[in-house]
Design a protein around this ligand. Structure first.
Ligand SMILES: Cc1cc2nc3c(=O)[nH]c(=O)nc-3n(C[C@H](O)[C@H](O)[C@H](O)COP(=O)(O)O)c2cc1C
Ligand code: SF4
Length: 625
């Protein structure tokens, strides 16, 4: 590997000693549950392939997704488990898959406490106190004083298993409201014994685990602790307590503190969506780092090397965690090192990966190789065909890339009349203030296709063996009440003025944001119980925040939006999903004019979940050629 990127980002590419580990650089993959284990919690080839690629991509440290430390410790149906010795061989395969790439790997150890469901765990939920998680709403049993040492021991035994399996060390998951965090925080811990009340008492569970691991594994065993330095809930942990916790774990022998934020109730702060500031929690990490004597890992929508480099240079962090960014592009550090930054497949912050338990078939609209990496080690076909892909949606860019990797001769036809700007409907999303990253992602997807040999043309194809064309779901461009325009048309155009926006989807909400920021008085009416219902809740929060900042009105559960008083004042009406009954009509699909017979249509979508489906279907289509 060259050193050019290292000159540009000297802090990111400098080594760091972490206990006995010599890290080659400061890029860290933080723990990211894949849900690729089997239903028994055993490691699968998918997990090994997934994490091995991150090690091979040049990350200085890989923290493996959380392992359950006790039989009832599942936070996800397919979470990896480490509560019995029979898991050690699978764990060993996973540790080896990463270590053979040269990257050190830690196993994160966790029990979700009250933040899970007994239908996943098959066990009653436990917590420091009998207070249900406000999100999961299932009453946990408060652990009795007598049984707590046994629960501390579960973590220690799991650490021993991780070491036996060959992991370089462990990270105790004390963040995000799970069992350890529950003990740490007065938000969840109202115990009146020596495990509750003062911070010293609330730290006891964590510190006994740290001591247990140190005593059992010796002073040289790498040990990280992850905490939420702000929980954003009443009585929750804040920076002053976080510093005390950090000092205590350091004094008990932890080698690093991973500084995250949030609990389930404040999850939008934890994995922030598109438009939230990159590196938002670096200041917080810096405050903690200033008060403790061990290295700090920082996290929070780190996407660009420059932001992480600044955090390192400013002394806010010692290590930079690229969470979803490492999912979207496992080769992020290697590309940056080779000064191929423009080729990084940038994570859009859509949070589809967070909803993967309900959408197990689709993980990421940017990187469909996740969890099936080996399938994408293509073998060139013996019967290459010429393929014309008309349109530049994410599905088109992906289909073109896959077909080219399979050895076909592919041309992508990006005539603006056919596919709009680069990225299809995502080009519209990229126009929403704060969403520029989506445009970068589209450009990187084009770069990936071109690197695989795809030609680009602004003309329509004249001949091809196979023609794939993008059709767009563009509801109500023509239909709808007199004078109404679609939310997509607002993003495409420059309308401004007093507007009534009707719709329950992300496109309507973002069109309302754009109109409000263009200066007009905007009223957004949703027939459903919230706005942006089809997207991750983080988008509801950020759209609401922006609309409120711009003085817009928002009303939900509006039964007769067209009869709303705001219609009389509005210069125009904008329609999104849910506004009219014929939304799903076939007539709402905009078909491209290609001039050749179309072999198959590719779909496009505005909402990230649907978009992901279109990308996975595009992969299947191209692989079947
Ligand atoms: C799909 C997914 C799974 C996650 N699983 C874990 C986990 O097992 N343990 C953990 O400490 N954090 C977990 N997190 C939080 C991430 O480690 C990280 O803190 C968060 O995504 C913010 O970083 P990012 O903006 O770089 O993605 C998860 C996040 C995502 C998106
Ligand atoms: S699914 Fe979305 S948020 Fe998750 S890694 Fe992919 S682009 Fe990023």
């Amino acid at each position: 590997m060259g050193t050019a990127g290292a000159e540009r980002y000297p802090h990111l590419f400098s080594p760091l000693r972490l206990g006995p580990l010599e890290l080659q650089n400061r890029f860290v993959v933080p723990a990211l549950t894949t849900n690729f284990g089997d239903l028994d919690g055993q490691v699968t080839d998918e997990v090994c392939g997934y994490l091995g690629r991150r090690g091979a991509g040049g990350f200085g440290l890989v923290v493996c997704e959380n392992f359950g430390v006790q039989a009832g410790a599942k936070a996800m149906p397919r979470m990896l488990m480490a509560h019995e010795d029979r898991y050690i061989p699978g764990m060993a395969k996973l540790a080896a898959a990463v270590k053979q790439t040269g990257a050190p790997v830690l196993a994160q150890l966790n029990h979700p406490g009250r933040q899970t469901k007994s239908k996943f765990t098959g066990h009653e939920l436990v917590a420091p106190s009998a207070i249900p998680c406000p999100i999961n709403r299932e009453m946990p049993r408060a652990l009795s004083r007598d049984e707590i040492p046994e629960w501390e021991e579960y973590y220690v035994r799991a650490a021993e298993r991780a070491a036996e399996a060959g992991f370089d060390g462990v990270e105790v998951h004390g963040a995000h409201g799970y069992l350890v965090a529950g003990f740490l925080s007065s938000y969840a811990n109202t115990r009146e014994d020596d495990y509750g009340g003062s911070l010293e008492n609330r730290c006891r569970f964590l510190l006994n685990i740290v001591d247990g691991i140190r005593n059992r594994m010796g002073p040289e065993f790498p040990l990280s602790v992850r905490i939420s330095a702000r929980e954003f809930v009443p009585d929750g942990i804040d920076v002053a307590e976080a510093i005390e916790i950090g000092r205590a774990v350091a004094a008990h022998g932890a080698n690093a503190l991973s500084v995250s934020v949030g609990v389930y109730q404040t999850f939008n702060k934890l994995s922030m969506v598109t438009g939230e500031p990159e590196g938002q929690w670096l200041d917080l990490a810096g405050e903690v780092r200033a008060g403790i004597p061990i290295p700090v890992m920082g996290v929070g929508r780190l996407v660009r090397a420059q932001v992480a480099e600044q955090g390192l240079a400013a002394g806010q962090i010692d290590l930079a965690c690229f969470g979803r960014a490492s999912m979207a592009d496992p080769e992020l550090p290697a590309k940056i090192r080779r000064r191929r930054e423009a080729e990084v497949l940038t994570c859009m912050g859509c949070n589809i990966c967070l909803g993967r338990s309900s959408r197990p078939e689709s993980i990421c609209p940017v990187n469909p190789t996740i969890g099936r990496e080996a399938e994408f080690d293509f073998v060139a076909t013996a019967s290459a065909q010429t393929v014309a892909v008309v349109g530049t949606s994410f599905s088109a860019l992906t289909a073109a890339w896959v077909a080219a990797k399979c050895g076909h001769r592919v041309t992508l036809h990006g005539n603006s009349a056919q596919g709009g700007s680069l990225g299809g409907l995502m080009a519209l999303r990229a126009k929403v203030p704060g969403n520029a990253v989506i445009g970068e992602t589209a450009a990187a997807l084009l770069g990936r296709a071109q690197a695989a040999g795809v030609q680009f043309s602004e003309q329509l194809p004249e001949a091809a063996d196979v023609v794939w064309a993008v059709r767009e779901f563009r509801p109500l461009d023509a239909a709808g009440p007199e004078g109404a325009i679609s939310a997509a048309a607002v993003l495409e155009g420059d309308q401004a003025g007093e507007a009534l926006v009707i719709g329950d989807d992300l496109c309507a909400a973002e069109a309302a944001v754009v109109l409000a920021q263009r200066g007009g008085q905007v009223t957004l009416l949703s027939p459903a119980r919230d706005i942006a219902n089809d997207a991750h809740p983080g988008f509801r929060e950020i759209c609401r925040r922006r609309l409120e900042a711009a003085g817009a009105n928002i009303e939900v559960k509006v039964a007769e939006p067209f009869a709303h008083a705001a219609r009389d004042q509005a210069d125009f009406v904008v329609l999104g999903r849910g506004a009219v009954a014929d939304w799903d009509d076939a007539g709402n699909w905009r078909l491209p004019e290609v001039g050749l017979p179309v072999s198959a249509y590719l779909d496009d979508a505005y909402e990230p979940g649907l978009l992901t489906r279109t990308v996975y279907e595009a992969v299947a289509l191209a692989r079947a050629l």
